[in-house]
Ligand binder design. Structure first.
Ligand code: PEP
Ligand code: MG
Length: 568
């Protein structure tokens, strides 16, 4: 099967099927008594399963931690809950999975809006119980990633943000995902963890059987079901080659990223946790160009408090010494859905209530984060702040005005913070790119997010594999826009970094160097490879290549040309 390779590497293991996206059909029921009995049996079965999971959890991680399953058991024992569903089946003469879906949807909404923190946190349990019951009613085996006992390749429609974050690195050999593109949250995390990943195969779950041996090639985007011995041999050779290459790359840990003619590039990392920051430090990266903080919001059932965020930011900042740490305020929405934020279903989430748009409307939540970031810079002067998804000057000004309010409040609270923290913004919309000069006057630095910029320029959803041919990083328009942003920023002496995926595509890096962009923020696992590339380049010689690329009209011309010039 052919999909999109989004995290390089090969893996061979048994498929572990995870079905998150269970479709619920509505149909009429004639024999109501039988349907009600079916539901009662499912409740009993679910209870037994959860008791089993609880027992195992108690053995593995202690009685106390196993208590988290108690709520789920109580929920299944709750007569009101069971009755409500049965009444729905009787009243509307519909199948019990449909009734369950309708009732739990209401419960989920009600729970997520509660003030009581404990109960609010139980939203996730309501979702879990509902999922388990639906699987039983539909006669499928319920599976969760936590129950994966052996090394496997996870096969799923997509992973929820919390599943992605909780991935077991040792057991997860690879990811095969039906939906999404190269910059979905799953792809971003897979790259950061160095787990091979292929996305964008719509009928994946119909093709792969649970437990079947599969081989995935995260570079070419290929999946082989029950692969031949020849293919497995090929993978072993690849593994040996990669190991040898990694050893060779270690030579570059101590070098600076400087071209042969003396142009110095700062190789920053994109991170979403302290673990990623450590990976950056291990290869002596120059800092963090993008801390995706929304993952902090995704791994919990409620927004992290100011103190919790402060602890995380401070810990990362401290570990980095003098190296810059650019913390981006939360970019929620789009494919990063967080149930408790109540963004709701949208027709076009990537064109909707996302990132700064959400933050400006949810001021208190935004202010909590801004306070934590400002405070994390009190002792660690390397911390900078960055706003995502700015499209108009008004948005930037509003965000800065709120930041000013937070500074005054911190002053009043008499807590230390960095009053002079640099404030940058991301250039991710065509509007921001075209108006870069105005933004360069008011922001301290600009960071080009090519993942979003490309999707908005070509109006092609970055999660939709069918339009991924439009999301090409080789289109000459991208280079013209980046060059325009760089020139605009240069007029006001502001730095420009590139932090989307295009920053780490080896064929494109020579172009960024030729343009004079000296800061690239990339997955930690790409740093050494890019450093080797930079050390072997000469900026002077690349000018001609850039001139030629800027004159092309089509993505395929650029791609063919760059591959011809730089093929190794
Ligand atoms: C981008 O859009 O290029 C970017 C770096 O941000 P994210 O991928 O988190 O949307
Ligand atoms: Mg973005």
């Amino acid at each position: 099967m052919k999909g999109i390779g989004v995290s390089a590497g090969m893996a061979y293991a048994k498929a572990y099927l995870v079905e998150n996206d269970v479709k619920i059909e509505k149909y009429e029921i004639k024999d109501i008594a039988k349907e009600l009995q079916k539901f009662s049996d499912a409740v009993e079965k679910a209870k037994k399963q959860i008791e089993g999971v609880k027992k195992e959890a108690a053995e593995d991680c202690g009685e106390e931690n196993a208590e988290i399953f108690e709520f789920q058991i109580l929920m299944l024992e709750n007569e009101d809950f069971v009755k409500e569903i049965k009444n729905y089946v009787e009243g509307f003469k519909v199948n019990s999975e449909y009734a369950l879906d309708q009732i739990t949807d209401t419960w989920i909404k009600q729970f997520s809006q509660l003030d009581n923190v404990y109960l609010k946190e139980r939203t996730i349990d309501v979702i879990d119980v509902s999922k388990r019951l639906k699987s039983i009613l539909q006669g499928r085996a319920p599976k969760s990633i936590d129950e994966m006992t052996e090394e496997s390749i996870i096969v799923a429609d997509d992973l929820t943000p919390s599943q992605t974050i909780g991935l077991n690195r040792k057991k997860t050999k690879g990811l095969a995902i039906a939906h999404g593109g190269s910059t979905s949250h799953t792809a971003i995390i897979a790259r950061a963890l160095g787990i091979p990943c292929v996305v964008g195969i719509p009928d994946l779950l119909e093709q792969v059987r649970d437990g079947e041996p599969i081989l995935i090639d995260g570079e070419k985007g290929e999946i082989f079901l029950s692969p031949t011995l020849h293919k497995i041999e090929e993978m072993k050779k690849y593994e040996n080659k990669t190991r040898a290459e990694m050893e060779a790359l270690m030579e570059f840990v101590k070098s600076a990223s400087v071209t042969e003619d003396g142009f110095q590039v700062r190789l920053f990392a994109n991170i979403s946790s302290k673990i990623d920051a450590d990976a950056m430090l291990e290869c002596n990266g120059d800092g963090v160009g993008l801390f995706r903080t929304e993952f902090l919001y995704m791994e919990a059932n409620e927004p992290p408090t100011e103190e919790k965020q402060l602890a995380v930011y401070e810990e990362v900042a401290k570990s980095m010494g003098d190296k810059p740490l650019i913390i981006r305020t939360m970019d929620v929405g789009g494919d990063k859905k967080i149930p408790y934020l109540n963004i709701g279903e949208e027709e076009n989430p990537f064109l909707g209530f996302r990132a700064i748009r959400y933050c400006l409307e949810n001021k208190e939540l935004f202010k909590t984060q801004l306070a934590a970031i400002l405070r994390s810079g009190a002792a660690e002067k390397n911390v900078k702040l960055m706003f995502p998804m700015i499209s108009t000057l008004e948005e930037l000004r509003k965000a800065k005005a709120i930041l000013q309010e937070v500074k005054e409040e911190l002053e009043a609270r008499q807590v230390p913070f960095n009053r002079d923290m640099e404030v940058g913004m991301m250039i991710e919309t065509p509007a921001a790119a075209m108006m870069a000069e105005h933004f360069a006057m008011e922001a301290d630095f600009l960071s080009i997010g090519t993942n979003d910029l490309v999707q908005y320029v070509f109006a092609a959803d970055r999660m939709n594999a069918r339009v991924s041919y439009l999301n090409s990083y080789f289109h000459p328009l991208l280079f013209r826009l980046v060059n325009h942003v760089r020139e605009s920023a240069g007029k006001y002496g502001k730095t420009v970094e590139i932090c989307g995926q295009a920053a780490e595509i080896p064929y494109l890096v020579p172009l960024w160097i030729a343009m004079g962009i000296n800061t690239l923020s990339v997955s930690p696992s790409s740093i050494l490879r890019l450093r080797r590339l930079i050390c072997g380049s000469s900026r002077g010689e690349l000018q001609e290549v850039l001139a030629k690329v800027l004159a092309f009209d089509h993505a395929f011309e650029v791609e063919n040309y760059l591959k011809k010039v730089f093929r190794d």
